[in-house]
Design a protein around this ligand. Structure first.
Ligand SMILES: NC(=O)c1ccc[n+]([C@@H]2O[C@H](COP(=O)([O-])OP(=O)(O)OC[C@H]3O[C@@H](n4cnc5c(N)ncnc54)[C@H](O)[C@@H]3O)[C@@H](O)[C@H]2O)c1
Ligand SMILES: O=C(O)C(=O)C[C@]1(C(=O)O)C=C[C@@H](O)C=C1
Length: 366
């Protein structure tokens, strides 16, 4: 795997116009990022109100006759990618076409079959960023900041098309990584598709919980299940489009689950320890922000009374410590009208942040 193109600065070859087809969460986020970079963005969607909403958010304008996009970005659900990419190649004969779909080999196979003369102008893409929400109102221009973005050239691809797909990733603030469509599908089965299915199984047990048990939900169960809130229709299409790689990994998980059931049931502490340690090693293997090494982080828990203005005051006070907040989460105390803010910061800066917060009257602990 290697980084693509001139992602690191200099003048971008992506000058626009960029047309975005499918202005839901991903498409509108791409459009907002391009618009923020000063690029003329054209919007289309099979649902007219989505174009109106995206346009109202400042993501771009409706395509007019005579518009000639330099790049078309297809951001529709996986089952429609091949057909919509093929149509975009026909509608914009001078444009490069890319997409943001979560699977790469199956749309390419469709385009090869239905548009063999134009397939050189299509190079797939996949930003590894999103959320459990959908539609244009969930979009944000900074969605892709520092995130990996797969660019997946194929043997017939025009190198200029590959470069432009990488430029889009860079304009959106992402880190472009080049790999083949097949390698991509293998990789995301492990990093995205199977994790989603596992989250769905764990969250499914919550849906049938006995009365009162869910009152004991802490941050752990929220961390493990967040993505399961995503649209089942979308994830059904994603998994169907990558069935072989997903099935192979699920089979491995099934074998380990059987091993775990036996270990727990028979009190086999040694086997359970091996499985738990493997899980722990997996969490450490995930690269950090911008693809760099994972940095040690600490969580500072701060009690925040549920009153207007408190969050703004907390962030202002935290800013006074000069420590960067890497991530934030908010939880609610079931018994009291307070929230618990989790501020995630670099481990070696946590003492400084905590001391500043406490000196300003916040109740904070680690
Ligand atoms: N949701 C995520 O976290 C995420 C992350 C990375 C990539 N993706 C991929 O991005 C793509 C879009 O996902 P999303 O989460 O933005 O979904 P979404 O439902 O928010 O948006 C999809 C949009 O496509 C439109 N659409 C559907 N069929 C169309 C067609 N034939 N022509 C034109 N418009 C059409 C819908 O009206 C909708 O506005 C999918 O391929 C998905 O695999 C999703
Ligand atoms: O953060 C999330 O909500 C996501 O699930 C994003 C996520 C992922 O698995 O990382 C989901 C599907 C995509 O194809 C790419 C990114």
């Amino acid at each position: 795997m290697r980084t693509t193109g001139d992602a690191g600065g200099g003048q971008s070859a992506l000058t626009g116009p960029v047309e975005v087809v499918g202005v839901g969460l991903l498409g509108t986020s791409v459009a907002l990022a391009c618009a923020a970079a000063g690029i003329d963005v054209l919007l289309s969607d099979s649902v007219a109100s989505h174009v109106r909403t995206a346009s109202g958010l400042g993501a771009g304008r409706r395509r007019k006759p005579g518009d000639t996009p330099q790049l078309v970005v297809v951001a529709v659900p996986p089952a429609h990618l091949g057909e919509v990419i093929t149509r975009a190649l026909a509608d914009s004969p001078d444009a490069v076409v890319t997409d943001v779909g979560s699977v790469k080999a199956s749309p390419l196979a469709y385009v090869r079959e239905h548009s063999p003369d134009d397939v050189r102008r299509y190079v797939g893409g996949h930003p590894m960023a999103g959320s459990e929400r959908s539609g244009p109102l969930a979009a944000t221009a900074t969605l892709f900041e520092g995130r990996p973005w797969a660019v997946t050239p194929h043997p017939e691809a025009d190198p200029a098309a590959t470069a432009l797909a990488g430029e889009l990733a860079a304009v959106c603030g992402a880190v472009p990584l080049t790999l083949s469509p097949e390698e991509h599908d293998q990789a995301v089965a492990r990093t995205s598709h199977v994790p989603h299915l596992m989250a769905a199984l764990v969250a499914g047990r919550l849906a049938v919980a006995p009365e009162g048990h869910l009152g004991l939900s802490g941050q752990g169960v929220r961390d493990v299940t967040r993505v399961a809130a995503g649209d089942p229709g979308l994830y059904g299409q994603i998994v169907a489009g990558n069935a072989r790689a997903v099935t192979e990994l699920l089979t491995e998980v099934r074998a380990q689950l059987d091993e775990m059931i036996t270990a727990v049931g028979t009190g086999d502490a040694a086997t359970l320890d091996v499985l738990l340690k493997e899980g722990q090693a997996g969490t450490r293997a995930i690269p950090g922000k911008h693809g760099g090494p994972q940095t040690a982080q600490a969580t500072i828990y701060v009690t925040v009374p549920d009153e207007p203005g408190n969050l703004a005051r907390l962030f202002a006070d935290a800013g006074e410590s000069g420590v960067n907040i890497e991530d934030v989460r908010i939880d609610h105390d079931p018994g009291r009208p307070v929230g618990v803010m989790e501020l995630i910061v670099a481990d070696d800066a946590a003492d400084r942040m905590q001391a500043v917060l406490e000196s300003r009257g916040w109740v904070a602990h680690r």
